[in-house]
Unconditional design. Structure first.
Length: 148
């Protein structure tokens, strides 16, 4: 909704952003995660969370399609770092007899977020500004980086 209202993107242009996201993940996830694994996994996940938040924050700085593409590159890099590394951190910290339970809970929380996120995000967008949502994403990214 935000991208249509603020960036005047039609469905095709918006779909292209998802295509860019998917292609970047397929092409670079293994390489980036392998490079990140040479450093602190916790710090790598924190940097990834920051990139997700920063990439989304960038959306409030303009309304050009080029900015949306740059934003997509940044938050996709964050996704690439964050999601697989968080799973690895969780798996490594769980006791041997509860690793499967922890991974199942992680997937449950992830699925719950995928279901409730759009609902809560739509409500927030309806009652607050879209810019406020992206600003909050940027602030949360900074918090994650500081904690990491």
């Amino acid at each position: 909704i935000y991208m249509r209202n603020e960036y005047q993107l039609d469905e095709q242009a918006f779909s292209n952003l998802f295509l860019i996201n998917t292609v970047l993940i397929v092409l670079f996830q293994v390489v980036i995660v392998d490079l990140a694994s040479k450093y602190s996994l916790f710090l790598s996940a924190a940097v990834g969370a920051f990139l997700v938040g920063f990439g989304m924050y960038l959306l409030i700085l303009g309304s050009s399609y080029f900015l949306a593409i740059i934003s997509c590159f940044i938050w996709t890099a964050g996704e690439i770092l964050t999601f697989p590394i968080l799973q690895t951190l969780l798996y490594n910290r769980a006791k041997d007899d509860s690793k499967a339970t922890h991974m199942g809970l992680y997937q449950t929380v992830y699925a719950f977020a995928n279901v409730t996120g759009p609902i809560i995000g739509s409500m927030a967008y309806q009652y607050r500004s879209g810019d406020g949502i992206w600003l909050l994403c940027g602030v949360m990214g900074i918090i994650c980086l500081c904690v990491g």
